[in-house]
Write a protein that binds this ligand. Structure first.
Ligand code: ZN
Ligand code: ZN
Length: 85
């Protein structure tokens, strides 16, 4: 299995191991949201949106995951669409 690339869908900032998000206004826990898939370890709330600390845009948590094989598939689709006349 290939590891997905995690980066902001807006500005392409990539979270680091020491990056932290805060569960507010819920329990105030500070943690790396990508280690838990957006679930707060303090109160168990699942955050569906994740804010980028660089561009401050809030994006759906799943949009931060980019799978390299998805790009390969789209390239192959273009090839199969080419039909000899
Ligand atoms: Zn960003
Ligand atoms: Zn919490």
């Amino acid at each position: 299995m290939e590891e997905p690339i995690i980066r902001c869908p807006r500005c392409e900032w990539r979270p680091k191991a020491e990056s932290r998000w805060q569960c507010e206004p819920k329990c105030g826990t500070s943690w790396n949201t990508f280690w838990t898939g957006g679930v707060c370890p303090g109160c168990g709330k699942r955050w569906l949106h994740t804010q980028c600390p660089q561009c401050f845009a809030r994006s759906p948590h799943k949009d931060w995951y980019h799978f390299p094989e998805e790009d390969d598939e789209s390239v192959e689709e273009e090839k199969t669409e080419t039909i000899d006349a």
